[in-house]
Design a protein around this ligand. Structure first.
Ligand code: AMP
Ligand code: ZN
Length: 117
């Protein structure tokens, strides 16, 4: 499995840095965000190190599909209302991405405005 020694989320995935995990399997890891922006704020990542959506190869499409499918299951397991949570993927610096390992924010427990900031 491709990993990057200098990547924070790879290091969390390898257990080198502690995180409050909510789910893990061979492909996907989910953990509570260290700086939550909602009552529930979980980060869901593929174990494979892919920096941004732009780096996704067409043959890796199933990776993102798997991550999103697991995210929806995690939302159900956390009993987030299925009509009321937000999924965010900041892609690139200008969009607010700070950790360059593809991840999806699962935010719930409050209402959300639109458009986002
Ligand atoms: P982004 O800004 O979209 O790249 O999201 C990165 C997220 O990772 C931010 O919401 C941070 O609060 C979160 N984060 C940074 N370091 C940690 C950590 N050690 N454990 C959990 N979440 C983290
Ligand atoms: Zn990584």
């Amino acid at each position: 499995m491709t990993s990057n020694d200098r990547c924070l989320f790879c290091r969390i995935a390898k257990g080198e840095i502690a995180a409050r995990k909510v789910y893990e399997d061979d492909d996907v890891l989910a953990f509570h965000d260290i700086n939550p922006q909602a009552p529930t704020h979980v980060i869901v990542i593929p174990r494979k190190h892919i920096p941004t959506l732009d780096d996704l190869d067409p043959n890796e499409a199933t990776i993102v599909g798997t991550v999103i499918t697991k995210l929806a299951q995690i939302a159900r397991d956390l009993r987030l209302p299925s009509d009321g949570y937000r999924v965010v993927c900041n892609n690139g610096e200008a969009a607010g991405q700070t950790v360059f390992h593809i991840h999806f924010h699962l935010l719930g427990g409050r209402s959300f405005g639109w458009p986002p900031g």
